[in-house]
Design a protein around this ligand. Structure first.
Ligand code: GLC
Length: 732
């Protein structure tokens, strides 16, 4: 065996085989036979320049890497140990047709990751493929592909955590110990073995390293934490105004209304059906005056129509997907015969940004919802040999399929950034790296109880895969929802990052005011709770953007070594301090809740619970478990029916327990000025005697005029000038 260490890359060869170990920042090692091509996506690899002790002993190569040892044997298998106990051993091989990365897992191993699949957190025993696919009936774990192609795994095996990311854009096949009961095999026909290994000690360290490598999700607008109401479709102006009226009349918070495909003229992107929306600009202006913004859908396929500008541009400039004989590929989507723009081409990107910018400017639109971008054709899968030419080379669909959505949404960020605005962009499809350009939802779920149950592991898993700002269609997209299901759905998903009620054509109305007074008051109660918690959620969004930390977390993320937490799919953490334990089954009015270490307080009733215990708790309709970890500070707003940072002049800190600290972030909530340093940071703390708010940074003109504190059922109020620290005596 021979080796060569060249800066941060170790090249090892033995028996005419060769592997590379590239040491990267954040305890990440890329191990490869040959690097996957990376010219189509962006990642932020940074060399780790720490010196690793390399020794050759008994024919084995040993590397000391932080508190781990990495041993490479003569067969070039890579064994990773901590405290001299091996927890993973990666082998590269080739079967008849595919390159295979494999490793053995322990009997009690759990395998998480792979993004939007409909399943529990632990995917052990299943097989999946990374091939972006629209399955309108994706009801269970048996669907091996779904909208997104996410190539990351988080594993717990031999009592240790580690993460893996497979960077090729070609189709991977994941056998997660289905066939060989304790072996994971990841296969790819077209790319040689290449894997990033994350060697942090727990899920948080591992997924943050993954997020920083890929690029963390962008900073959201504060308003995006608000309530989104959608339907396929609000078919005309009158129906949209009814939504506004329905919400405002019933005093339920609302921030966005979504226009699905009926607003389009014959389903052509960047057009308006003026028979349905005679004055879309006037409508958007009116909604904005009422603090509701409009989001419009934008589909990938473009209608074949010689008189349609987008189609003409693609054809005249040779910018559509082509069959391998050079003719234009024609599929079928909502508009009928459709072509698929070559979003990989810089010229197409430029045109898209121009069209989208003009459109949103003209109509005063606030966000773009990108759909059908796997891409989908109702004629069947797009052939693998379609061609997309780019100036540097010829792309074959097989290689770039999983990146189609990314190249559609990535340039669109400029539509907003050029206006000094944070993007509001969401996408149905995507590759691992798409998560920094757009947020997402889980596609077409159904109004079914088990889809509500799956919403929690799905949202959590998307988060582990770097799509941390995400949601599901609340109430379910397909099928008719009913009162009990909608109530439990809202309760259960009330603190998910992106909150949108959406449903399909010809289904029972799903807006809260379409039901009865009881539902309305429960919907209002929970949205009020969500809106009160906006500053807490916004701080989580900041930490997501800055450090790659999840907003919504599976229990195992916060409590990785509490064996009671690893399999919890029906409770979740929001940040470090809030835990939700909802009812997720029909006609169920009590449930078991597990409280991890520490003491906990019911956010609604104030009742306390001891940690490391299970309780059976009553939860009648209208009640859900929201628990605060003791010794926490929760910042809140009050009485919001929409979110506009400029108008928020008071913030209330709710204090739990005997002491606590918190970092509060503040900026204008909407522009990119924070990137230039225009933001504030406050260190907030309390003990039994005193509350303190210390200004760490004040580069933004704070909107807060009063600081309130609630402690032991007493309210304290202090005025705030944005310049001086605040101290409140809690003894009085
Ligand atoms: C797709 C989307 C869905 C949308 C529909 C019509 O099915 O996933 O959200 O409503 O298309 O545009």
């Amino acid at each position: 065996m021979e080796y060569k260490l060249n800066k941060n890359v170790l090249v090892v060869s033995s028996n005419s085989k060769e592997i590379h170990l590239e040491f990267l920042k954040n305890k990440t090692i890329r191990i490869y036979e040959q690097k996957a091509k990376q010219d189509l996506y962006e990642i932020f690899e940074k060399a780790d320049n720490t010196d690793h002790l390399v020794t050759l002993e008994n024919d084995n190569l040993t590397i000391s890497y932080f508190d781990k040892q990495i041993i490479i044997d003569n067969e070039l298998n890579v064994h990773i140990k901590k405290e001299n106990e091996q927890f993973v051993s990666l082998s590269f091989s080739k079967d008849d047709i595919q390159n295979v990365t494999s490793f053995r897992i322990s009997e009690d191993a759990r395998i998480m990751g792979l993004g939007d699949k409909v399943s529990s957190l632990n995917k052990r025993g299943y097989v999946y493929e990374s091939w972006a696919t629209d399955h309108p009936w994706h009801h269970d774990e048996l669907y091996e592909t779904l909208y997104k192609a996410m190539n990351s795994l988080l594993l717990y095996s031999y009592k240790r955590y580690f993460g893996l990311f497979f960077p090729s854009t070609y189709r991977y096949y994941y056998d997660l110990a289905k066939y060989d009961l304790d072996v994971v095999k990841v296969k790819n026909k077209y790319a040689l073995n290449d894997v990033y290994v994350f060697l942090g000690d727990d899920p948080k360290e591992i997924t943050s390293a993954y997020s920083l490598l890929l690029g963390t999700p962008y900073m959201i607008r504060m308003k995006m934490l608000g309530n989104n109401q959608s339907r396929w479709s609000y078919e005309n102006e009158e129906q949209v105004l009814k939504v506004l009226e329905g919400y405002r009349k019933n005093n339920i918070p609302l921030d966005y209304i979504h226009l699905d495909i009926h607003y389009l003229d014959g389903y052509r992107d960047f057009t308006v059906d003026t028979s349905r929306f005679p004055d879309l600009r006037g409508l958007c202006d009116k909604l904005k005056e009422n603090n509701v913004d409009i989001v419009v859908i934008n589909d990938a396929g473009i209608k074949v129509d010689d008189n349609y500008k987008v189609y003409r541009y693609c054809i005249d400039n040779d910018l559509a997907a082509k069959n391998n004989d050079g003719s234009t590929y024609v599929g079928v989507v909502w508009p009928g015969d459709s072509i698929f723009p070559n979003y990989f081409h810089p010229k197409m990107k430029k045109f898209l940004v121009q069209e989208a910018s003009e459109f949103i400017e003209k109509y005063n639109i606030s966000g773009i919802w990108n759909d059908m971008n796997e891409p989908v054709s109702f004629k069947g899968e797009l052939p693998e040999d379609l061609v997309f030419d780019i100036p540097s080379r010829k792309l074959i669909h097989l290689e770039c399929h999983n990146l189609y959505a990314e190249h559609m949404v990535r340039p669109l960020k400029d539509v907003f950034r050029n206006k000094n605005l944070r993007p509001y962009l969401f996408t149905r499809s995507g590759f691992a790296t798409t998560s920094k350009y757009a947020f997402t939802w889980n596609g077409d779920n159904y109004s079914l109880w088990h889809h509500l149950r799956y919403s929690i592991p799905q949202i959590a898993t998307l988060g582990l895969s770097n799509f941390m700002f995400n949601g599901v269609d609340i109430g379910g997209f397909g099928g008719d929802c009913n009162k009990q299901l909608l109530i439990r759905w809202v309760e259960g998903n009330i603190l998910i990052p992106f909150f949108r009620n959406h449903s399909t054509l010809d289904t029972k109305a799903q807006e809260p005011y379409a039901y009865d007074e009881e539902l309305l008051s429960i919907y209002r109660k929970y949205l009020n709770i969500r809106y009160d918690l906006v500053p807490y959620l916004y701080d989580l969004a900041k930490n997501m953007n800055k450090r790659g930390e999840l907003m919504l977390r599976p229990m195992v993320y916060n409590y990785p070594f509490d064996s009671n937490c690893i399999d919890i799919n029906d409770q979740y953490m929001v940040g470090d301090s809030l835990m939700l334990a909802p009812i997720l089954s029909q006609d169920t009015y009590k449930r078991i809740v597990y409280f991890p270490k520490g003491n906990w307080v019911d956010y609604l009733s104030g009742k306390t619970y001891k940690g490391e215990r299970h309780y059976i708790i009553d939860m009648p309709l209208g009640y859900t478990g929201i628990y605060v970890k003791n010794n926490s500070i929760i910042p809140t707003y009050s009485n919001l029916t929409y979110i506009k940072k400029d108008e928020i002049d008071s913030i209330t800190f709710k204090l739990y327990g005997q002491k606590g600290t918190y970092e509060l972030y503040e900026d204008d909530g909407v522009t990119l000025d924070y990137e230039k340093g225009v933001y504030n940071l406050y260190k907030v703390s309390f003990n039994k005697n005193e509350f303190n708010l210390k200004i760490k940074r004040n580069k933004y003109q704070s909107t807060y005029k009063t600081i309130k504190v609630i402690y032991n059922n007493k309210e304290y109020v202090a005025s705030f000038n944005g310049k001086d620290d605040v101290k409140i005596d809690l003894k009085g």
